[in-house]
Design a protein around this ligand. Sequence first.
Ligand code: PEP
Length: 259
Amino acid sequence: MSPRRPLVSGNWKMHLTHLEAIQVVQKLSYALERGPQGAVEVSVHPAFTALRSVQTVLDADEISVALGAQDVHWEDSGPWTGEVSPVMLAKLGVRYVIVGHSERRQHLGETDGWVNRKLRATLRAGMTPICCVGETAEQRDAGRTEEVVVGQLHAALAGVEPAEAARLVVAYEPIWAIGTGRTATPADAQAVAAALRVAVGERWGPDAAGGVRIQYGGSVNERNAADLVGQPDVDGALVGGASLDPVAFAAVVAAARPR
Ligand code: PEP
């Protein structure tokens, strides 16, 4: 069995007001209690406006779900209108921060350089980045998947120490699979996760390669999760759409339990 504890993360994107988010996390807590627990770590990533409310519910009810954010700025404070700093997130009890999600790279101009700054700022604040990498359909068709994702990985992790690399989470998210209902085959997810792990090992050493957790993301649901997350180099899932339904999300968590 893998020494890495699987992490299943719910990316709520720009859904759920803070009141709706409270309801979803309460229902999720109930759904998780009826399923297998402990072996799988769970995080939820509400919009910034709901972080405080969700954190309060998680703390008050002692729910074993980690609080996550969907993005962060790289400066601790300053004249950056509309941005949220790593210090602010850490103070709220945020443990995981998604960096470099393809929706931000594609639609909001996020560059590899920004992703690297955000990732290092997240580590500096004592939180764990979930670093997203993934290829477009055209890049996959051209046989460039591994070259693209390993290139994104190196750019995002530039300047990171081996011990920091060991506690990172990398999410392999083929862009053509996000929100489309199409998923990579389990074999493809495994092949790319293995290539990412090899790349981590070559640059940051065997301990980092053994420690880094690699999630698969892209239309994961309660029906396909077991096959995807059951792959030896896949250590959990980053879940968008299905994470808005607490029962479906709890089923994905159950499917990620090591066998
Ligand atoms: C995501 O938002 O990272 C994602 C994988 O979304 P979905 O599960 O909806 O494809």
